[in-house]
Ligand binder design. Sequence first.
Ligand code: FPP
Length: 254
Amino acid sequence: MFKLKQLFSRQKKTYANKPDLAGVPYHVAVIMDGNGRWAKKRGLPRIAGHRAGMESVKEITTAADDIGVQILTLYAFSTENWKRPEQEVDFLMRLPQEFLLLELETLMKNNVRIRILGDLDALPSHTQTSINAACEKTKNNTGMVLNIALNYGSRTEILDAIRSIAKDVKAGLLDPESIDESAINSRLMTQGIPDPDLLIRTSGELRLSNFLLWQCAYTELWFTDIFWPDFKREHFYEAIRAYQKRGRRFGGLK
Ligand code: FPP
């Protein structure tokens, strides 16, 4: 009810190229790429690109919520990103807490729930503390879910699911013949979350980079050359409108 009221009041706002609210994807996932190149183009250090990228995180979170997206999943740090220079990793680990410090009030006001995908145990304790506090504080919110993928890697996630299945088989709790998609789904970090309807990747790279590989089997993909810090509300709505023109068949006939 609250969500409906919220949507109704927001519908009054007019944004250029606002998509048709009737066909908004339920779950949108985003690979936020190009922060480093955005900074390089301006002669700035890479971390300046990540800071500017945080502004796009704020704008796209609001833009998604405004049109009724129910789940927004953002790829903020992959299991491979640890290979970056220490200073950059330290900075990236501080961004979620800075974002939450600045935005938690607004997220609460907008009834947004924060969730995390990824192995939090390996993160610095200050990052864990702020994230756990935000998840706890927003856990009863019933509006959009903002899923932040932090220290997330899809292959590790799938391997962990397979290990868990193997253990259950060995313990006699699971018959190998009965292993189906739901046996995998229920052991993934996205357990209980429907697969993304639309995946957006910025910066001109055309790959999935170990993000939601199982979950994106039938996801519509949309790529843009725009670097993440330049990716704003109008670009997000352009992606949504492109999605709305697609015919999804899930392997069936038209
Ligand atoms: C990829 O660009 C971006 C990242 C690895 C980090 C993304 C993080 C943010 C935008 C901030 C996240 C903040 C919150 C609160 C979720 P890149 O560095 O690989 O860019 P490049 O390919 O141009 O080098």
